[in-house]
Structures are given as C-alpha cells and as structure tokens.
Ligand binder design. Structure first.
Ligand SMILES: [Mg+2]
Length: 226
C-alpha cells in the first residue's frame, strides 16, 4: 500500500536541460555582442567544459569563461551573461504537460508528496515556487541537506524519516535510472522511470535481479498506476 510519493525535480517535473541550453546560448550571444571574441558554438563548447569541470551548481561559470578567454575576468560581460541567462531561463520555465493536474490527483488520492533532489536547497525551492508547485510537497530533501547525492541510500533514508513513511509504503519517480531508480531500489523503495528509456544494461540488471519497474512516457500516466 503506497502512502508516500517522491519526485525528482529536474527533467522530471520540468524540462531543465532544454531550457538551460537555450538560456546559456542566449547569454553567450549577448556576451559575444559585447565583445567576447568567439562564435556561439565555440563559446558554448567552452562553457560546457567549464560546467563539466566545476559542476552545474557552481555560480561563477561566466567568470571562469572570461578569464580563460581574456586572461582576466570581465565584469561587464559576466553581468550581461548572468542576467540574460536568468531572464531567459525564467521566461521559459514551464512544467511538463499534465504535471499540475497529476499532482492535484495524487493529493486528492491522499498521498503524501515529497521531493528528493540533487541540488542546493534554496535553489530547488526557488524552482518549485516559480513553477507554482511548492504547496503540493510536504517535504523537499536535497543532497545539500542530506550531505550525499542520489543514488546514495542516505538521502532516501532521510526522506523516509522526514515523511514518516517506510520504504515499502513509498515510490520514487525520476528521469535518471542511475540516480533516481537505482537509489530507490537499493533503499527498498519502488520506482517509476519517466521521460527516459531503459538502456540495455538497465534491462539486464532488472531481469537478473528479478525487479520490475514501471516506465512511463509522461507524468500524466501516473494516474493509471497510483
Ligand atoms: Mg532529474
């Protein structure tokens, strides 16, 4: 009997990757316009390298970028990039179709809802507030708070404890097999994969261990399962 439903945020509730890519390219174009001597593709490649190196939650990607290109930081370009990135990202911020409707349905069914997310607590709350979803969730548990990232079992244990639910009473919904699904399964929580496909090695793992998980193509399909 499921009582608690946990969600990942990024690329589960909204299209994080798609919007971030557009916002980064828009920011770089404004920086190029103001004197960054690269093409959009060159600048994007360099920015991707910096993000991979420093992590997506680091907040000085544009500082590093100007330092690599000019040998020193360029405050005007950095500010232009940051402002454009945030404006474009927030202007484009949209939930995946049927997300709100599905959360209303789950609440009406009596489930407790939570978030388990790799990220910075305030930033993740900011996303939920901007997406107008913050009222739906009883608890938001982040890797910053738990001190470990998914798929580490500890973040799931912290979430269960906060929610007052056992693993057997809980289900995790997320888009990343290696983080959301494996982390949940290793903690004894059932899992539903959304917005992505099972890779061959994932299928082999599930078969070998005799585990069955639901795979849904969008969040609206949760109504047929829960
Ligand atoms: Mg995700």
């Amino acid at each position: 009997m499921i009582k608690a439903v946990f969600f990942d945020i990024d690329d589960t509730l909204y299209d994080t990757s798609g919007f971030a890519r557009l916002a980064r390219r828009a920011a770089l174009n404004v920086m190029i316009d103001a004197g960054l001597p690269l093409t959009t593709d060159e600048a994007y490649l360099l920015l991707r390298e910096i993000i991979d190196e420093y992590g997506s939650n680091y907040d000085k990607h544009f500082n590093i970028l100007t330092k690599r290109v000019f040998g020193e930081e360029k405050p005007l370009l950095i500010a232009l990039g940051m402002i454009t990135y945030h404006n474009v990202k927030f202007a484009l911020l949209r939930l995946f179709p049927q997300t709100t409707k599905t959360l209303i349905y789950l609440k009406a069914q009596g489930y407790n809802l939570g978030v388990i997310s790799n990220g910075i607590t305030i930033k993740q709350w900011e996303k939920l507030i901007r997406l107008d979803l913050h009222h739906f969730f009883d608890y938001v548990i982040t890797s910053e708070e738990a001190g470990v990232v998914k798929p580490d079992k500890k973040i799931f244990e912290v979430a269960l404890q906060k929610m007052g639910a056992t693993a057997e009473e809980s289900v995790m919904i997320g888009n990343k097999f290696s983080e959301d699904i494996m982390g949940a399964l290793n903690s004894g929580i059932s899992a539903i994969l959304v917005n992505s496909q099972l890779e061959e090695q994932d299928k082999e793992y599930l078969e070998k261990n005799n585990i069955k998980i639901d795979v849904i193509s969008h969040i609206g399909e949760l109504k047929d399962i829960l």
